[in-house]
Ligand binder design. Structure first.
Ligand SMILES: *Cc1c(COP(=O)(O)O)cnc(C)c1O
Length: 421
């Protein structure tokens, strides 16, 4: 299977135009191999392309457009905000930022928030924070952060250094030092990694992990594993940092992924779903992790009035429309539908995995079709999907999706699989 771009397969031959764009030669850098389709309009869970064809969107900007496309409340709030004030520096008080931070701390285990623009940037902040925590609280000069294999934390240098997948690192060395890796959900592997540090064990400042591995293949964390990490962090007085960039803001059927695991982190990061499609990221901490002083960290655009209005509107709509509960209920229906496909194609499909509206359909190792081929073929059925890892199809529709649309995802996916098998 071809190289992955954040879960987006490079185009296989199924569509017959590997790497080429449907339009003119591009002035863009070659970072993405794109599908030969361009969307010009969206409404709810549906996107319309240049030819007027409608697609059912189970990608949602990769778990980003929580309220779907062209949401009325978002449109209204952002239009008003555009006419009021769009950007001011963090040199000045920003009411919209205060308000969104208030909502976040009132609805989570965090006590303080720093705003930035993306998931990678939020994770950069978390890594800096963990190092500083080790320095000022424990006098550690050579900090170590323990991370999971097969993880994904973004594309900046610190984020790829913390990402336990060589394919994201190769060619960009030297990476940052001070990251050691263990197998996700595997206590033995964790203890081996930890014990191999020997006298450097006391240099560990944090454990940094996704509650559910998204890009790595929709692998939910196991409660006993995370509870063990929580206990260890308490004992050692180090930070438990969760990357909730993909799982946060209601996607899993709970507001935060950590609620699925019966633990609370010291630090967690958000981005994807927070702005409903607009660029905003956040680094959240409890009192223990609230150590940044003026000058330690900053972001020019981070938390500007426009981005925070987007975040605040998403937050209010999640509350008003009970979207976390909707993610839970629709997620159950989605999982049931995917199971029905496994029953129809037992030689190809292995299992479903996930929480709420982040679900994975796992292919068998012996399968004659790849997730990449299915994603390509689904495009012809006017269904947007992405893969995760090398053997999983990821389904992350808007949180506003209804039961009829869930059934429609299943029926289009079934038609796609029938064509290929
Ligand atoms: C997408 C993602 C990131 C990176 O977010 P960007 O906004 O693309 O920088 C980091 N962590 C996780 C878990 C993600 O899913």
């Amino acid at each position: 299977m071809p190289e992955l771009v954040d879960g987006l397969d490079s185009k296989s031959s199924a569509l017959g135009h590997v790497g080429s764009s449907p339009t003119a030669p591009t002035a863009l850098m070659g970072t993405y191999q794109r599908f030969p389709v361009s969307f010009v309009e969206g409404k709810g869970c549906w996107l319309t392309d240049q030819k007027g064809e409608r697609y059912l969107d189970a990608v949602a900007g990769i778990a980003t457009c929580s309220l779907g496309h062209s949401d009325q409340a978002l449109k209204k709030a952002l239009s008003t905000q555009l006419g009021k004030i769009q950007h001011v520096s963090n040199l000045y008080e920003i009411g919209e930022q205060e308000e969104l931070a208030q909502w976040l701390v009132q609805n989570s285990c965090a006590s303080n928030v720093f705003f930035c623009n993306s998931g990678a940037e939020a994770n950069e902040g978390a890594i800096k924070l963990a190092r500083k925590y080790g320095r000022i609280r424990k006098g550690i000069q050579n900090p170590i952060i323990l991370c999971a294999k097969n993880s994904f934390h973004g594309r900046t240098l610190a984020a790829i250094s913390a990402t336990g997948q060589p394919k994201y690192q190769e060619g960009f060395e030297p990476l940052l030092v001070g990251f050691n890796f263990f197998e996700f959900n595997d206590l033995n592997s964790f203890n081996n990694t930890f014990n191999q540090l020997k006298d450097k064990k006391n240099n560990v400042v944090a454990i940094f992990i996704e509650p559910l591995q998204g890009e790595g293949g929709i692998k939910p964390g196991e409660a006993h594993f995370f509870q063990y990490l929580r206990k260890l962090c308490n004992q050692m007085n180090i930070l438990l940092i969760l990357d909730e960039v993909q799982t946060g803001m209601g996607r899993t059927g709970k507001l935060w992924g950590y609620q699925q695991l019966g633990i609370e982190p010291d630090i967690f990061t958000l981005a994807k779903g927070l702005g409903g499609g607009h660029a905003i990221g956040a680094l959240l901490s409890n009192d223990k992790g609230n150590i940044f002083k003026p000058g330690d960290h900053a972001s020019t655009f981070g938390g500007n009035p426009f981005a925070c209005t987007a975040g605040l509107t998403v937050a209010k709509e999640i509350d008003r429309r009970n979207l976390t509960e909707n993610a839970m209920q629709r997620g159950k229906e989605l999982q049931k539908g995917l199971q029905s496909l496994i029953d129809i194609f037992p030689d190809q499909l292995e299992q479903t995995r996930g929480w709420g509206l982040i679900q994975g359909l796992v292919f068998k190792e012996v399968s004659t079709i790849t997730p990449g081929e299915v994603v390509n073929a689904a495009l012809e059925e006017k269904l947007l999907l992405i893969s995760a890892g090398k053997d999983v199809i990821r389904i992350v529709p808007p949180l506003i999706i209804n039961k009829i649309e869930i059934n429609e995802i299943i029926s289009r996916l079934k038609a796609t699989l029938k064509k290929l098998i």
